[in-house]
Design a protein around this ligand. Structure first.
Ligand code: PLP
Length: 492
């Protein structure tokens, strides 16, 4: 091996020197990329492509310094600056410094959480983190969990275990061995009409299809309507369906609505169905004075949590916690090379749908230790307060309509500068958001509320001030004026 190659690995002096220099260069580039004048450059994909080197894989490399410089010049300036106060579209968080420090340790130590002989203490840290989560949600001693890539994976795995537990209990059928049972076409999972799409996606991946998902209407506060749930369950019983799971959402993506979890837990128990709580968004409320809004989560058979949302950790990091460790057995595997049955060591692979797996647990672990519960409560409460203040501002403005009082930290509204028909307002809002993104002064989201096009802030940055929000509204007015002219929407 040449010295040239050695420099690319840790474990020798030349490599360590190279690592220090590259890490320093990367860190400075990251700071530049996150402290920008605008949240987005507005660059078009074709222009970005044009700027990248023609050869991604040249025969001879350009060297790490030059390659890093290229990325700093051609890539980073056209990424979306998540730490900018006007980045307010999605559940996309500015990462905490603790999480960034953890990321560099995760990368450099490169532990793999499938087996103890690839991770050592990292396995124990994940176990401790999972125990902490189980405590946070009031789950019993029997609880256990696993770190995942996020809510999608957590929800999928929860529903996989729910389906297999139900088939074992009700049809004496082991899906892991025999595939879907004859009764599969009757399996149903129930969630609110505003639940996350990953419920449907999971149903598809589980071989049940979207038709297995039955949605229940929501009330005026966008929470699952319990009377409607009762009616739905009764109807499904009459039809001879097998309800294997009820999903309660703690924090819907648009409204941040929290379903009445205790009532849902009740109904799920009555029907012998698994009760899953999708707390990917709202799970962090458990750290605040509003923890009682999650009442009922302690009754869940499983809970999905996302650390890369209101726990402010870099992507990706989530967890699935289950009430009864034994349920992981429905999908467990033993392989001679990773977790032989005769080993006394903890090998987490049996609980995961992944094999090789990152030490993402270190991010929340380090941040929990660093900030403590009070520190987290402060950050979560701050973004909620920012949303409430933004709502007040929107409500007071003549040219905006506030569509709902915030529940967590999203704000839904419409830009209504003139007396226009609904269709024109729809077109204006849709086009304004698009134009604003291209303009780059603010990144906001759009969605649909009761069939009309709406704009959305998800105020994830605790540093965003009311002045920043006012500036975003001004940017919307600025861009929106031109859009309205282009759409030739005339004042009536
Ligand atoms: C974000 C989210 C998901 C999906 O989680 P990912 O981390 O994006 O995979 C699922 N459910 C809810 C309620 C969410 O907010």
């Amino acid at each position: 091996m040449t010295d040239e190659i050695e420099r690319h690995f840790l474990g020798n002096a030349a490599g360590e020197t190279a690592y220090r220099a590259a890490a320093e260069r990367a860190r400075e580039a990251a700071i530049d990329a996150t402290n920008t004048e605008r949240p987005f450059s507005g660059a078009e994909p074709a222009a970005i492509r044009e700027d990248l080197p023609e050869d991604v894989l040249p025969a001879e490399g350009v060297g790490l310094d030059a390659a890093l410089d290229e990325v700093a010049e051609d890539v980073l300036p056209h990424t979306v600056s998540v730490s900018h106060p006007a980045t307010a579209a999605h559940l996309h968080t500015p990462p905490m410094v603790a999480g960034l420090a953890a990321e560099s340790l995760i990368g450099a130590t490169n532990q793999s959480l499938d087996s103890y002989d690839q991770s050592g203490a990292a396995t124990v840290v994940e176990e401790r983190l999972v125990e902490t989560l189980a405590d946070l949600y009031g789950l019993p001693e029997s609880a256990d969990g696993v770190v995942t890539s996020g809510g999608t994976q957590s929800n999928f795995q929860a529903l996989l275990l729910a389906r297999d537990a139900y088939c074992a209990d009700h049809f004496d059928h082991i899906v892991q061995e025999r595939g879907l049972p004859a009764e599969a076409s009757d399996l149903r999972l129930v969630c609110s009409a505003e639940a996350h799409f990953t419920g449907e996606q999971s149903a598809h991946h589980l071989g049940l299809g979207h038709d297995a998902v039955v949605t229940v209407p929501t009330d005026d506060d966008h929470r699952m309507d319990v009377d409607a749930l009762d009616a739905t369950l009764e109807r499904l019983d009459d039809e001879g369906r097998e309800v294997f799971a009820v999903i309660g959402t703690a924090g819907t993506t648009d409204f941040g609505a929290i379903d009445p979890l205790s009532e849902l837990a009740d109904r799920a128990a009555e029907h012998d169905a698994w009760f899953h709580v999708d707390a990917a968004y709202g799970g962090a409320l458990a750290l605040t004075d509003e923890a009682d809004r999650l009442a009922g989560v302690e009754l869940a058979d499983s809970v999905s949590v996302d650390f890369h949302k209101l726990f402010f950790q870099p992507i990706s990091a989530g967890a699935l916690v289950v009430r009864d460790r034994a349920d992981f057995g429905h999908a467990a595997r033993n392989d001679d090379y990773l977790n032989p049955e005769d080993s006394a060591l903890p090998n987490l692979v049996w609980k995961s749908t992944q094999t090789t797996r990152r030490f993402d647990a270190l991010k929340p672990y380090l941040a929990f230790r660093a900030l403590g519960r009070d520190g987290f409560a402060d950050v979560v409460t701050t973004v909620q307060r920012n949303a409430n203040r933004a709502a007040t501002l929107l409500d007071a403005a003549d040219d905006f309509d506030l569509l709902a009082e915030p529940s967590l930290n999203t704000v839904l509204f419409r830009y209504t500068p003139r007396d226009l028909d609904d269709d024109s307002v729809d077109r204006l809002n849709t086009a304004t958001r698009e134009a604003l993104f291209r303009d780059g002064r603010a990144v906001i989201a759009r969605t649909e509320v009761d069939g009309v096009s709406a704009l959305k802030f998800t105020l994830m940055n605790p540093q965003t001030t009311l002045d920043d929000v006012a500036d975003i509204l001004d940017a919307i007015r600025d861009v929106g004026r031109d859009v309205a002219d282009e759409l030739a929407i005339a004042t009536r």
